[in-house]
Design a binder for this molecule. Sequence first.
Ligand code: FAD
Length: 474
Amino acid sequence: MKTARHELVILGGGPAGYVAAIRAAQLGIDVACIDDNPRFGGTCVRVGCIPSKALLESSHLYEEAQHKFADHGLNVGKLELDLSVMMKRKEKIVESLTGGIDMLFNRRGVTAYHGRGILRDAETVEITPSEGAADDQPTLVSADQIMLCPGSVPAQLPFVEEDGDLVGNSTAALSYPEVPEELVVIGGGYIGLELGSVWNRLGSHVVVLEAFDRIMPGLDKEMATLAHRSFKKQGMDIRTGTFVASAKVDPNPGDKKPCVVEIKDGDPIRCDRVLLATGRAPATKNLGLENAGVKLDERGFIQVNHQFETSVPGIYAIGDCIGGAMLAHKAMEEGVVCVEQMAGIASEMNYEVIPAIVFTHPEIAMVGKTEEELKEAGIDYKKGVCPLGANGRARTLGDIDGRVKVLADATTDRVLGVHIIGPRAGDMIAEAAAAMEFGASSEDIVHTCHAHPTLSEAVHEAAMAIDDRAIHTA
Ligand code: FAD
């Protein structure tokens, strides 16, 4: 068997692993990154953030061309959807980004291995090359330090019989070969709502089944309620408090739709496709963790301390596999912090300021605490709201469905949370995150000059509204 040695070996080349690898190389560490997929980038680049946003953009344009262009005096005649071109565009974007990581690895001197890595002991990883690899010889790589970044996989439900095609997960829903007439989405979280929006805009009748009494339970309730109303207006049939008993392909559908979803206390639904979107589970099986003694928690996440070190000294873990917010930017940030700490740099995560975005239309973005969390913690807070109807830029975009809400400590005025629903909310939240990272007060936002006409003025106005100083709302 071939052997190699590096100072740091990273298992998994998603946002956690590839970012950690590049930062390590920048710091002069001899680093290698292993991924079992021929393309680096992980879930995020291959079958997550990027392809979903590509389809959200394409389907949004389709929707705008049908319903909004005429308001601008733009008549496009008969509009036709070519789904295969839309899918090819998405794939091209994925290709360019995965290729970009290869280029960055080359330039920075990160050693890349393509194959399945398994821990043999606390300092050795055995790599079995992926099928079809030019070199099919396994390699035994030893390292001073190992970083585990295997990410996550779509969560499965025992009563949902996935066939990987008609009844499948988010990966399948990123590549349906045709627009399903009837699509049932199980799960009203951000993945279900983003992909549900895509297919709804492209012409599917979408039914979202959510067991909880509201969609997106992690979001501020007011924002989730506004979003629900907006999705309903767009034609999505969202049923909260609805428990799915089973979902499967009917082997003998006759002239009925091929899939059947049974609901507790309700009529079954026949549909063309089922998308199971009930969250993600850590990809911590078959990694050889037991060979090194790496401990998992009761939900299968790798246990780590404040420095991301696992139960085994010298083995670290970051990203989706350690739980918390399962988001790409949280994984990337952990990659940078973990490597910098290894290099002796004072670097730390601030989990209080991790923005979260739902890329539906309107977009929904939040950072910090929700009103419900503040109430539960007994924290006295003030709030300022700016409806987007009062924002000039939103008017010019023809997109006034939304608002910004700033929450600040009633005593210190420190910003505790910012919630935005509306166009480009995902871009606007960056200002709020920066303000919170610097420990800003709402007064600091008030005293920051915001360019006109921009959507970000709504953040300014919401901060001003805290003390009834908003200029454009009464
Ligand atoms: P992953 O990205 O899962 O990467 C892990 C990598 O390790 C994979 O390439 C895997 O193949 C590899 N691997 C696993 N085990 C082994 C092994 N034994 N040997 C070799 N390689 C191995 N997040 C956002 O922040 N914004 C979004 O808009 C967003 N949209 C999403 C949309 C969808 C549809 C989905 C599914 C997810 C989305 N996410 C989004 C979540 C985001 O993709 C994840 O949080 C992020 O990818 C986690 O990064 P990671 O590096 O921890 O894991």
